[in-house]
Design a protein around this ligand. Structure first.
Ligand SMILES: Cc1ncc(COP(=O)(O)O)c(C=O)c1O
Length: 399
């Protein structure tokens, strides 16, 4: 993996070739003759004919992503939500039903709740930590199962092999959002999944300056998604953004190891803090799927969520008091970022849906950055001290 991240589809030739990938901004591609053009547009021959269906820089990162996820092919698109919606729309049509983990990213929840029903697609949110619930939710028109593991924001870990056994039995695709792990820490296709989706906006690019997504899976599925969904809806990724991801991927391993290390230290620190009610991190023994996480994931990831005592007011006071960490909706960046799921990433959920999903008012999601972990923890500690002294009332006694 470490070598593939650097060398796979690097574009460099052995001698006198550019070591970095070229950026090809061309929208139009020319052909030697009509027959070649006809074969490329019909898909008989591999090639690029118009920028809305791909570009050559994008092809390089798509091929790299396919290798990293151990899939036959990959599709690079303009955002993680484009990847998610394309993957779902590829397998669902009017009258179909999809089973979705109840612990799902807010944007995916919003797409399924608001948009998909307009096209006659129904869904059931299911607690997939117990696979019996998936079996019970199966309907005659269920055409896919969609999960996210670990989940955003509560880091619920699902048993990919166990879910895949069910989808294989029913002969329907299992789609997995692998954003929180990246292929560096988890390869769902090796565990029986059929399709992997990513928000490449996060760890894959890793620098907070590209919005992108990937779908990885079987070549025939990817071809259909490219020709009949991405191209027609106009969701392609630009050559410049594809180049930035190729560049970012070279350091994915180093970055992810540091993110994991920092997150683990932060989670342990928060776990012992008197103002913290609960910490959600798969690397802590108190996590409900600790054993599964150790078995399934190569590392525990860079996201830590935690619930502060004192609800919304305490959460806001804490976030406002941070001096190094930033209030921001994204994750997987070099900077430590915090956000409040109930009012930010999951704002579109109703109060009942939030309660059912365990998104409380005191919950904060932290994306551990690449800074010195001592500096991050000092920042968290001073912000917790500010919360503690709010209104002159001590919630806990400082030692
Ligand atoms: C797990 C997960 N999947 C998908 C997305 C959507 O990605 P994008 O913002 O690139 O559309 C996000 C965004 O935060 C996410 O956290």
């Amino acid at each position: 993996m470490d070598t593939a991240l650097i060398h796979q589809q690097n574009g460099g030739e052995r001698q006198n070739g550019a070591v970095a990938q070229a950026i090809v901004p061309a929208v139009a591609y020319s052909f030697a003759d009509c027959d070649t053009a006809i074969d490329v547009v019909s898909g008989k021959k591999e090639g690029i004919y118009y920028g809305r269906y791909g570009n050559s820089t994008l092809r390089a990162v798509e091929e790299k992503m396919a290798v990293l996820e151990n899939g036959e092919a990959a599709l690079g698109v303009g955002s993680g939500m484009a990847a998610i919606s394309i993957a779902l729309l590829a397998f669902l049509k009017q009258g179909d039903h999809v089973i979705v983990t109840k612990d799902v990213y807010g944007g995916t929840h919003k797409f399924l709740t608001n948009l998909a029903p307009r096209f006659g697609i129904s869904f059931s949110y299911v607690d997939c930590t117990n696979v019996d619930h998936i079996l019970r939710a199966m309907q005659s028109n269920t055409k896919a199962v969609y999960i996210e593991t670990p989940s955003n924001p509560l880091l619920t870990v699902l048993d990919i092999e166990a879910v895949a056994k069910i989808t294989k039995h029913y002969n329907i695709p299992l789609i997995i959002d692998n954003t929180f792990m990246s292929p560096y820490l988890q390869r769902p296709l090796d565990l029986g999944a059929d399709v992997v989706v990513h928000s490449a906006t996060k760890y894959l690019n890793g620098h907070g300056d590209v919005l992108a997504g990937f779908v990885v899976g079987k070549a025939e599925h990817i071809q259909f998604m490219r020709q009949s969904i991405m191209g027609d809806l106009g969701q392609v990724l630009s050559a410049w953004d594809a180049f930035l991801i190729l560049r970012g991927l070279k350091t994915l391993g180093l970055r992810v190891e540091r993110h994991c290390h920092n997150a683990h230290e932060i989670a342990s620190f928060l776990e012992s803090h008197p103002l913290v009610e609960k910490v959600f991190y798969p690397g802590l023994e108190c996590h409900p799927q600790y054993e599964l996480a150790q078995r399934q994931m190569k590392g525990m990831g860079g996201i830590v969520s935690f619930e502060l005592k004192g609800g919304l007011e305490a959460a806001k006071a804490f976030m406002d008091a941070l001096q190094l960490s930033m209030i921001s909706f994204s994750l997987g960046d070099p900077e430590t970022l915090v956000q409040h799921p109930a009012t930010m990433t999951h704002f579109s959920m109703s109060d009942e849906e939030k309660t059912a999903a365990g998104i409380t008012d005191g919950l904060i999601r932290l994306s551990a950055g690449l800074e010195s972990v001592q500096d991050i923890m000092a920042d968290l500690e001073q912000a917790l001290a500010v919360v503690n002294q709010r209104g002159g009332k001590l919630l806990w006694e400082t030692v």
